[in-house]
Design a binder for this molecule. Structure first.
Ligand code: ATP
Length: 318
């Protein structure tokens, strides 16, 4: 659905996007996550054909954005950052105008207007001037204009920016609903947004994609190895550490702490390539007479991943 290869963008001598590659399949909601100035908006502008890449390719719905800019625009719906709306028009007149700009005939226009009004929950404000409606409703109108021509792909630049917590929840729910039918790429610097809406994430820093995948996949890649948190019955961390270290699937016991005097919590890395480590630890416990109270894989939160990957900063944020 979206295929990006070695995409670069220079503003003068400054390279804002330094060669990014990614693919997004049909029906996915993918988050482009990065600190301010990472290059998110620049990538979105190139995907939508609003700005040509300096080099590299972006293909949407089998159409190259440089070779087929008009066709690409009909295949995508774009919600730019700080949605530009015509404040003097009513919601209805504005959406009607956008529908006509897309070349929809009268019948199709009325059909689509009715559909997006319902989808985006605009019934109450349809005939109010845009200047008078709340920021949350304005954002819904922004989404409605992106949807009016029923595109297969939605490109949303910071769709919840500036909204209050209730409005954020409403817009996220709406995007999730839209994601059932459409391919969605959205940019954000809010981690919770990605966790709440997106199946996959591309983490961008200073013009590079520094990680991609689900949060769990990225965490695994970062750690390089699986880590298990094993709680054993007992009071001697050193002895239990040595015991667990002898288990065939365990590479190294990294830490052991007593808790409540009768249990020890151990962090242990699993040998690279070993599978079924938790089962092997249970078998080891049965064989050695140890009592396992719990076993859980250690997970890095998306926040920890993000900090780790983007800690070097946002030096080119202007
Ligand atoms: P934010 O989260 O703040 O919107 P972003 O990740 O969307 O940031 P971009 O807006 O793509 O980042 O900007 C990437 C870099 O390119 C920044 O350093 C920015 O200052 C620079 N930049 C963006 N637009 C231009 C421009 N028209 N001319 C020169 N530099 C630009």
């Amino acid at each position: 659905m979206i295929e990006v290869k070695n995409l670069k963008k220079k503003y003068g001598s400054f390279e804002a996007v330094k060669g990014v590659d990614f693919e997004i399949g049909k029906g996915e909601i993918v988050g482009l996550l990065g600190p301010n100035g990472a290059g998110k908006t620049t990538i979105m502008k190139m995907l939508t054909g609003y700005m040509f890449p300096t080099s590299g390719t972006a293909v949407l719905n089998d159409l190259d954005v440089v070779e087929h800019p008009l066709e690409v625009k009909t295949a995508i719906g774009y919600l730019p950052e700080n949605t530009p709306l015509y404040n003097d028009l009513s919601v209805y007149d504005y959406l009607s105008f956008i529908a006509e700009a897309h070349g929809l005939d009268k019948k199709k226009k009325e059909e689509r207007l009715a559909a997006v009004t319902k989808e985006c929950g605009l019934e109450k404000v349809l005939f109010r001037p845009i200047s008078e409606i709340s920021k949350g409703y304005k954002q819904r109108v922004g989404l409605a204009q992106a949807l009016i021509h029923d595109p297969a792909i939605l490109i949303l630049d910071e769709p919840t920016s500036g909204l209050d917590p209730n409005q954020i929840i409403e817009i996220r729910d709406l995007i999730k609903r839209l994601g059932r039918e459409k391919t969605v790429i959205l940019s954000t610097h809010i981690l919770q947004e990605v966790e709440a809406i997106c199946g996959r994430v591309l983490i961008l820093n200073e013009g590079f994609i520094v990680a991609k995948g689900t949060a769990a996949e990225i965490a695994k890649e970062l750690r390089g190895q699986d880590v298990l948190i094993v709680t054993l019955k007992g009071a001697d961390p050193n002895a239990l550490s040595a015991d667990l270290g002898a288990c065939a699937v365990i590479d190294r016991v990294m830490s052991a702490e007593t808790q409540g005097g009768d249990r020890v919590i151990l962090r242990a890395s699993v040998k690279p390539g070993a599978t079924g480590a938790d089962e092997a630890v249970f078998d080891w416990a049965v064989g050695t007479g140890n009592k396992v109270l719990s076993i859980a894989p250690q997970r890095l939160s998306l926040e920890e991943i993000f900090t780790k990957l983007t800690r070097e900063g946002t030096s080119n944020d202007q």
